[in-house]
Design a protein around this ligand. Structure first.
Ligand code: S3P
Length: 457
């Protein structure tokens, strides 16, 4: 879908964002491997999460009817997004996921390959599930996912005793699992996906499993495991768990802070005030608010409740009068890994030069996000370059013109937000990619006051 964004509108109101996909992947896996009944609310209909649900329904026979019923209902309501968008419920009635689980030992070989679509989190976490299961599973993905590095997850799972074959380090992954041994593993790259895969596999292993990271990453796996009673020891950069079979789980998935980041940026760049409700406020995910604060964006947040140990609440954005450059240090980078595209757009509209140090991991996300940002900010008239692993954005140019999302949901949304604060209208193609993490992104922005016209398919 190609859209034209006319700058100059102010946004107003209050909005909810779809559920957090990082959390949803993990809770769905824990529901399908539970011994007992689970009920999850707020599971987002984003394509990535649907991939995990569909793979789990192939592995967990008892959970299948519940997962399929959710998938069907949710697909039906997702159709109505364009005309029935409701900003306070993230656009749709809340279809619960209600599943029965027979525990880890109830998983059975899938009759088909496990298609993880575009989702790196689905593939890496499910590799952990496959390693825990005493049969062969084959995990596949789309062209983008098949080009992303998988040795980082294959290597520790092999150490635990699974046999994992990759195609030169990439998907498809062929995993022969079962009979695992706990390990102590130092992840060379800070990645929550690999940490999550090892910990999930560790639930069925003999003995304790420890993961140590070079820098902190999001801790949704640890929080969920703690909430369901897994014996766990946590230190700043290390976590140890012991084998455990959990019972059914219940909770409402918090709104995705990474999706909220686009709205916070939109408000900041257009001098608007906005409230985002029901959003996850896990500190390992809200670091972008600190980076934005350094750029002059004033926000407040308040935690209202915990859902399976995850803090949930509201974010208020106060009208800002322009944004300024900042420096994002290498050790902060894993904590804003998914927010770099929108922070880079803000940086290109800010006064002064912003450097994102140690941003090399962005080359292996859903697209080469460093390359995409250099090209797309450039084609909008800004200036952005890569120096070794640093992304350097020169601020201050009035943006305008045409840009391409290149099939990447976060690049698509960042470019749309650039249009709201540009000097002249911006056209962006392939904006439908936003559905990967933020179904209803465009209707929500329109409801909040943005001027966005659909130009073509
Ligand atoms: C995720 C971790 C991050 C992030 C991705 C989701 C997760 O990836 O970019 O969108 O849910 O664990 P890495 O941990 O591989 O950096």
């Amino acid at each position: 879908m190609r859209v034209r964004i006319t700058p100059g509108s102010r946004l107003r109101g209050s909005a909810a964002v779809p559920g957090d996909k990082s959390i949803a992947h993990r809770w769905l896996i824990l529901a399908a491997t539970a011994q007992g009944s689970s009920r999850l609310l707020g599971v987002p209909s984003s394509l990535d999460v649907r991939s995990t649900a569909s793979c789990l329904s192939s592995l967990a026979e008892r959970a299948r009817p519940g997962l399929e019923a959710w998938s069907r209902n949710d697909a039906a309501t997702a159709q109505g997004h364009g005309s029935t968008w409701n900003a306070s419920t993230a656009g749709r009635p809340d279809t619960p996921v209600e599943v029965e689980g027979e525990g880890w030992s109830g998983l059975r070989p899938s009759e088909r390959d496990l298609d993880c679509g575009n989702s790196g989190t689905a593939m890496r976490l499910l590799a952990g599930v496959a390693a825990a299961s005493p049969f062969r599973s084959v995990l596949t993905g789309d062209a983008s996912l098949s080009s992303r590095p998988m040795e980082r997850v294959a290597a520790p799972l092999r150490q635990m005793g699974a046999s994992v074959a990759t195609r030169e380090g990439h998907a498809p992954l062929r995993v022969d699992g079962g009979d695992l041994q706990g390990i102590a593993y130092d992840t060379p790259v800070p990645t929550a996906q690999v940490k999550g895969a090892i910990l999930l596999a560790g639930l069925t292993a003999a003995g304790p499993t420890t993961v140590r990271e070079p820098a902190p990453t999001r801790d949704h796996t640890e929080i969920a495991l703690e909430a369901i009673g897994v014996p766990i020891d946590r230190e700043a950069l290390a976590v140890t768990i012991r084998p455990f079979q959990h019972g059914g789980i219940e909770g409402r998935v918090p709104g995705d802070p990474s999706s909220a980041a686009f709205l916070v940026a939109a408000a900041a760049l257009t001098g608007s005030e906005l409230t985002i409700t029901g959003v996850g406020l896990n500190p390992s995910r809200t670091h972008f608010l600190e980076v934005m604060a350094r750029m002059g964006v004033r926000t407040q947040s308040r935690v209202d409740r915990l859902e399976m140990g995850e803090p949930v609440g509201e974010i208020w954005v106060a009208a800002a009068d322009g944004v300024r450059a900042t420096q994002v240090h290498g050790e902060e980078l894993p904590l804003v890994i998914d927010e770099v595209p929108i922070l880079a757009i803000m940086a290109s509209l800010a006064h002064g030069e912003t450097r994102f140090a140690g941003a090399g991991e962005l080359r292996v996300k859903e697209s080469d996000r460093l390359g995409a940002l250099v090209r797309q900010i450039g084609s909008l008239g800004g200036s952005c370059q890569v120096e070794h692993d640093d992304l350097v954005v020169a601020g201050g140019a009035p943006l305008g013109g045409a840009a391409h999302a290149g099939g990447d949901h976060r690049i698509a949304m960042a470019l749309v937000i650039a249009g709201l604060a540009a000097g002249t209208p911006v056209e962006v193609d392939d904006v439908g990619a936003a559905d990967v993490s933020f179904p209803g992104f465009l209707p929500l922005l329109r409801t909040l006051g943005a001027s966005i016209e659909v130009m073509g398919p």
